[in-house]
Design a protein around this ligand. Structure first.
Ligand SMILES: CC(C)(COP(=O)(O)OP(=O)(O)OC[C@H]1O[C@@H](n2cnc3c(N)ncnc32)[C@H](O)[C@@H]1OP(=O)(O)O)[C@@H](O)C(=O)NCCC(=O)NCCS
Length: 342
């Protein structure tokens, strides 16, 4: 059975920086101090109108493929994690495949391309699919992407401030490749609890209704604000996040016989700096091993962990031979953990 290694990482964030003071300037009743104290977020990135999620993913994917020493035509599968695809269907995976130039010409490669809809845990769910395909011998190189365009679908008024201050746009990617060398992705452990599906959700439509979006007298769909914007019970999310992230990390340690002290780097989903500090304190993890970039990007949902990995590799904090733990929690509720020997 081949091993599944992460052979390349990449990331991209759009250039437009939006600080907490910028949110105040557009009329949201908040303060920089409030947001930093509750979340650690100082700024986030917003894509310009006209830019889609697969556009953000494209440079991240190219970067990861190049660093793996590959070309797009070497890929056997694309797994694209996002909650903000360009359209309801098809998913962003096929759009990315086309933008990578895989659909025509001498370098065409009409490999499978799928979307994973698991929100903040989406990257780890996607990693599970990719590593399983590689370990089963069904794929040699799988592109795994996490990318989001939140800025198009946020209530940027005071009413929506609790949610909109948290999120930003961005993309991260890794290539998972078959290898004979022991190590790589040791395992990925997933969980979900559908009882909490509506605690953090964005409805947009109700498929039980006819039509699924109410029409006005001109036949134009009318989406109510409560369906248009993400709804969240923040405190319930916080409470479950810390509990499930601790358990998910311990599950990975038990399954592999790993002492948490032997983990070199912790890449936690970036939802709230306080959540991650709470997890680190509860499990006694040394601060200098826990990566954060939420200050600069906010919560980029499926993109947080691959962006962290790519940045850490570039700034030298993530080196070959390290044992890396990834943990995520999000809407669903869903969660997951993964241990990787880099
Ligand atoms: C969102 C979160 C920071 C809010 O912090 P909190 O301490 O729970 O705050 P609450 O929602 O109870 O709101 C407290 C008060 O602050 C206000 N408030 C909310 N957002 C605000 C903002 N951006 N600026 C100023 N005040 C704000 C609320 O309106 C409320 O005011 P009230 O007491 O007059 O009603 C926190 O609940 C959290 O981080 N939850 C997890 C969210 C998360 O990680 N989501 C993604 C999961 S993947």
């Amino acid at each position: 059975m081949p091993y599944a290694r992460i052979s390349g990482t990449g990331f991209y964030v759009p250039p437009r920086v939006v600080t907490n003071d910028d949110l105040v300037r557009i009329g949201i009743d908040t303060t920089h101090e409030w947001v930093v104290q509750r979340t650690g977020i100082e700024q986030r990135r917003y894509a310009d109108e006209g830019v889609g999620t697969s556009d953000l993913a494209l440079p991240a994917a190219r970067d990861a493929i190049a660093r793996a020493g590959l070309r797009p035509s070497d890929l056997d599968l694309i797994v694209f994690a996002t909650l903000s695809p360009e359209m309801a269907f098809p998913g962003s995976g096929v759009l990315l495949q086309q933008k990578l130039g895989m659909c025509d010409g001498d370098d065409a490669k009409l490999c499978g391309a799928m979307d994973i809809r698991n929100q903040c845990s989406g990257f780890l769910y996607a990693l599970k699919v990719a590593s399983s395909a590689v370990k089963a011998g069904e794929a040699r190189h799988v592109l795994v992407v996490g990318a989001e365009t939140h800025s198009a679908a946020m209530d940027l008024s005071t009413q929506g401030r609790t949610v909109s201050m948290l999120f930003g746009d961005g993309a991260g990617a890794v290539v998972v490749s078959a290898s004979e060398e022991p190590g790589g992705i040791l395992g990925t452990w997933l969980g979900a609890d559908g009882r909490f599906a509506e605690i953090l959700c964005q409805r947009v439509w109700d498929i039980r209704k006819r039509p699924f979006i109410p029409l006005d007298e001109h036949g134009v769909g009318q989406v109510q604000p409560s369906h248009m914007w993400a709804q969240m019970e923040g405190r319930t999310v916080f409470k479950h996040a810390v509990e499930k992230m601790c358990l998910a990390l311990m599950q990975a340690c038990w399954a592999t016989g790993t002492d948490p002290k032997d983990i070199d780097l912790f890449c936690f989903h970036q939802a709230n700096m306080r959540i991650n500090q709470y997890v680190a304190n509860t499990l006694g993890l040394p601060e200098d091993k826990v990566l954060h970039n939420i200050q600069r990007y906010g919560n980029t949902t499926a993109a947080t962990i691959p962006i962290l990995l790519a940045e850490a590799e570039r700034d030298g904090r993530l080196k070959r031979g390290m044992r890396v733990a990834m943990v995520a929690f999000g809407s669903g509720f869903t969660w997951g953990s993964s241990l990787v020997d880099w």
